[in-house]
Design a protein around this ligand. Sequence first.
Ligand code: PMP
Length: 444
Amino acid sequence: MGVEALRYADLSPSPSDMKQNKSQKIFETAKEVLPGGVDSPVRAFGAVGGDPLFIKAAKGSRLIDLDGNRFIDYVLSWGPLIFGHADPAVVAAVAKTAAMGTSFGAPTAQEVRLAEWVRSYFPTMERLRFVNSGTEATMSALRLARGWTGRDKIVKFDGGYHGHVDSLLVKAGSGMATFGLPGSAGIPADLARLTITVPFNDLAAFQKVVEAEGSKIAAVIVEPVPGNMGVVVPVPGFLPGLRELTRPYGIVLIFDEVMSGFRVAPGGAQERYGVRPDLTCLGKIIGGGLPVGAYGGRREIMEQVAPLGPVYQAGTLSGNPLAMSVGISTLERLQNPQVYERLEAASATLCDGLLDAADAANIPVQINRVGSQMTLFFTDQPVINHATARRADVKRYAKFFHAMLTRGIYLPPSQFEAFFLSTAHTATDIKKTIAAAREAFKTL
Ligand code: PMP
């Protein structure tokens, strides 16, 4: 089936005839050449069991695998695809740009334009630099904060994931939470020792750390709306409190808005909650599905980056023209307030419908939602940090995941990840999803 035909595609076959022959076959080959058969751990379905689906194509809200099964997709490449898959404007931007050359290793006008667009949404990013992933953005922001302050220690929050940066793979969320790992092998103990972790939403614990070690701490990095222990909502006062407590010590406050940027509000969590960090990390949506990240912030700090300053950071493909042109096309269109109104309405309908469906089946759940990202936790207790997230019933999530999958709904293959919506998700998609959930909850 061609991608064009997907536009008219309906939902997947009925549960009984969902074949996975081709996916299973290539997964066997994949394991002979890629560790675990994948290029990123959570994709392997380790947390939910079964074999991963290999994707052939996607269009709008729909995903189609190698066996021809079709799904309504709530992973959306883990968030970037705010206009859905194979968005026509994105495809056109890639084609037009590629015809002019795919990389030059020299400056282009597109980088300047995208930087101006980013800054129009994130005014705290007075100067910014493009990199190729969220990981690169956080790694570079951390080095910069250490270079600027001349200090080594950093603070992060339990369950916060900031990419696979050595210093940040300590009590990290996402795949680490999924696989229950306290940290990664291969990180020197001397380095991990410099990372202090604190429970999210616990300002008193953070204050204690700052009062004890404030003059040695270069930076605190936070997902202001965590999405990698599942979605967690910051309690009122927590984010402003971080700002107030860091300022007197000159600790660099880094908002990792790789996921929340352009998701929880056009200007991210910093706009939604009115807090000005010193540095911000972005990724996902600014590349609209192409590999890109960015870090930026206060001018005097950013001017420590080479070639102006002594903090080195570089990239052969940084500011890649394909990624920049897709970023420009995406950010231009996010100016339209209807985009966020539509996402909010669809997300609220989905959230309410799922809660209702769970209730009808007598299954205790909690949904944390901010904007168009949400997590459905199988627990009867509020989820406010990593410890409470970990109380969720992961086995039940795995069952629910498969019950939804066989009904044509593709959810994240882990309890500790977020569902994302796009403008391509229609009212009918949401209705079908809720109807599938009604059945799925009953099977648990
Ligand atoms: N920070 C956050 C908040 C993220 O959610 C992620 C990825 N999920 C990253 C950083 C790392 O980004 P990437 O996977 O592009 O390296």
